[in-house]
Design a protein around this ligand. Sequence first.
Ligand code: ZN
Length: 188
Amino acid sequence: MLHFDVMDGDFVPNFGISPPFIAAVRQITQIPFDVHIMVTHPLRYIDALAAAGANIITFHIESADNPETVISAIKAHGIKSGLALSPKTPISAVIPYLTDIDLVLPMSVEPGFGGQAFQQNALEKIAALHQITPKLKHPLDISVDGGVTTEIAPLAIRQGATILVAGTAIFGSKQPEVIIETLRTATT
Ligand code: ZN
């Protein structure tokens, strides 16, 4: 999958990636787009992101809009929905919504900037979420985003992560294809 970090300069102190950018990339590939929106009002952007080609839209539980409303808006487009939580947010904040979403994303860095070191408390959150997933009636992916490296990957998988998001580890490497393959084949 290709993971896009959409930032509005308000929810996070940084800007990045607009729906037209995603639509432009969609013109050249059909691989799944995992769109992670770090914005104050996610509801405003769902239609545009779905039209741009998003297959999964993940928004933050800390954002201002009602989570159920946002999840419904995403589902109305027939695409998958996800909930992200920042490092300081406990998993109890997302538990009420796990039956309605396809993906949960405990962030392992503060949202907004690449290049940060992985925060170990994300591993505990992954493990706690992994305990809950068998009790749900549908599959729930556990994604981890922020500071994921080839060293971190096995630790996250061991706790139950099913999707690894890597930016700096791949784009900062002279051999990105080797890093991607190492991450894809990582096991505990
Ligand atoms: Zn992200």
